[in-house]
Design a protein around this ligand. Structure first.
Ligand SMILES: [Zn+2]
Ligand SMILES: [Zn+2]
Length: 179
C-alpha cells in the first residue's frame, strides 16, 4: 500500500530547518507484514529529541530513513502465521524490539536486547527485513538503487501506517483508547 511518510535523506543539513527542510513528506510504498509482523495504523506519534539527533547528525542512522519512534497505533493486519494480537488491538510502539531469547531478554533486561539493538543499528525490523520503499524506487544519498528505505528503531512512526515486528509493540488495554 502507499502511505504518506516523513523521509530523511541526508543528515546534518544546516539550520534553520524551515529553509533547509531536511524532512520531506512523501508517498512511499509500505509492504505487508511478514511472519511475526503486523501492520498498524499510526494514531499519534511523538516528536522526540532523538528524532532531532538524527536530523542534525548527532546520532547517525542509515539513510534514507523514515523517522519516528514513539507512537500509539491500532493493529490493522496480521502477518502470515497469526499472532497473539488481533486486528483492532490498541498498541504502543517500543523503540527497541525485544527478541525474548537473548541473554539480556532472558535475564529481565529486554531494553538491552542484543538482536533488537543490532536491527535498530542496521535500519531494519527485528528479523532483518525492510518494509518501506520510496515510490518509483527513488532512493536517497547512499541508498541502494532499489529505493529501499530504512526503519527508525523498528518503528518509522512518522507515517500513516507502519509495518513492524510483533516484538516492537506492547498491547494496551482496550478501554484506554487511542484518542
Ligand atoms: Zn524518543
Ligand atoms: Zn533479546
Amino acid at each position: 500500500m502507499k502511505v504518506r511518510a516523513a523521509v530523511l535523506r541526508e543528515m546534518g543539513l544546516p539550520a534553520p530547518y524551515a529553509q533547509s527542510r531536511p524532512l520531506s513528506i512523501e508517498e512511499v510504498v509500505l509492504a505487508p507484514p511478514g511472519p511475526g509482523e503486523l501492520r498498524v495504523r499510526v494514531r499519534a506519534a511523538g516528536l522526540c529529541h532523538s528524532d532531532l539527533s538524527v536530523v542534525n547528525g548527532d546520532r547517525a542512522w542509515p539513510m534514507p530513513i523514515v523517522l519516528g519512534h514513539e507512537a500509539a497505533a491500532e493493529v490493522v493486519e496480521i502477518g502470515p502465521g497469526g499472532s497473539d494480537l488481533s486486528v483492532g488491538d490498541a498498541v504502543v510502539l517500543i523503540f527497541r524490539p525485544t527478541c525474548g531469547a537473548c541473554l539480556s531478554c532472558s535475564t529481565g533486561r529486554p531494553a538491552l536486547c542484543g538482536p533488537g539493538g543490532d536491527a535498530n543499528g542496521a535500519g531494519s525490523l527485528l528479523g532483518g527485513y525492510r518494509r518501506l520503499m520510496a515510490a518509483g524506487g527513488r532512493g536517497g544519498i547512499g541508498a541502494a538503487p532499489d529505493g529501499v528505505l530504512n526503519h527508525h528503531m523498528g518503528c518509522s512512526a512518522f507515517a500513516e501506517y507502519a509495518t513492524v515486528s510483533r516484538r516492537s509493540v506492547v498491547r494496551i488495554e482496550p478501554g484506554f483508547g487511542l484518542g
